[in-house]
Ligand binder design. Sequence first.
Ligand code: SF4
Ligand code: ZN
Length: 351
Amino acid sequence: MRPSGAGILARHESPSTESRRSRPPKAHYPHLLWRETVRCSKCEAPAVTLIRYSGQHLCRDDFLVFVERRVKHEVRSQVNLEGGERVAVGLSGGKDSSVATVLLHDILSIRRDVELVAITVNEGIASYRPGSLPLAEALCKDLGIEHRIVRLEDTAGWAMDDVVGADPTAIPCSYCGVFRRQALNVAAKETDADYLATGLNLDDTAQSILMNVARGDIDKLARLGPHERVQPGLVPRLQPLRMIPEKEAYLYAMLRGIRFHDATCPHAERAQRGRFREIVNHLEEESPGTRHAIVRGYDQLRPLFAEHFPPAPLQECVVCGEPTSRITCKACELQGRLSTVEGLADRARSR
Ligand code: SF4
Ligand code: ZN
C-alpha cells in the first residue's frame, strides 16, 4: 500500500514544516520566562535538552531538526534509492523502532516510487509483547503503511515462553535474537522488500562493537551492519538511528507525540549485552562523546575489515533454506537443541 501520511501530521508534526511556521514570534515569550529558562543555543526559545557531547542546549524544534538531519544523512549514506524499491522496517512498537518508522515514513513519503512496509515479530512473551502490538498497529494505520505481524511460533516452531520452559538455564536472548533475525528476514523476503531497516540506535551499535571486541569475535565485528554488500537470500539491513543516542530517540518520540510501548522485556536483564550497556553508559557519563567515538573509530576500520575479513559466502540451509555460511543455519541448530532438551525433560518426567 502506498504510504499516504494523511491524518498523522497533526500528531507527528515535524518542526521543519508546520510547527516552525506556527511558532509564536520570539518577542511574544513572557519576559520572565526568558530570564529563568535556559535558552536554545540556536534560537531564543526555551531549551528542552542539553546535548552533552556537543555542549548545545536545544529547544523542541531545533532538537527535532537536529535528530532528523542526522537520520536523513545516515539513510542517504547507507542506501541509494533509485526508485521502485520496497523498504521494510522492523517495528516492535518500542521507542526506537517507532521513531525509525516515523522518520523513514517522513523521508520516503516524498518519494512516490519507494514504499515502506512494517514487520512486527511476536516472540510469544505473554507478559511483554501483547502491550506493544496494538501500538505498532495503530502507528501503521496512522501512517497508512502496510503492516505484517509474524509469530516466532510459526517461523521457528517455538514461542519464547515455551523456549524458556524447555531450556530454563539458557539465556533466552540467545534463542530469541537468532529466531527473530530469521523471522524478519523471511517476512522481508515475503513482502518483496529490498532493504530491512531496524531501530538500532547509537548505544546499541557502540555496545555491539565493544562486545565483539571483548569476545575477540572479529568475523562478527566485521559483519555488523549496515550491510554494504548484497548477499543472496539476506535482505540488506539499514540502520537509520545508528548515530542517534537512545535518550534522544526517547525524547524525540515524546516531543513528536509518537506513542510507543515503554516496557522492558522480562528476559532483558539476563542478556550479556547488559554488562556492555553499563560500561558504555559509564564511559559516556565520564567522557561525553565516547559512543560516537567508538562507532566512528569502527567505521574507519570497516574498509580494512571488508578487505581482510570478507563475509563468508552464503548458501541455503539444508533444513529451512535460509542463508547461512554453514550447512545448517543457527536457527535450525537451536531448534534441534530445543527438541533434544524437551525430549530429555519428557523422559525424566516419565521415569
Ligand atoms: Fe527477545 Fe531478549 Fe529482546 Fe526479550 S530481551 S525480546 S528475549 S532478545
Ligand atoms: Zn535453517
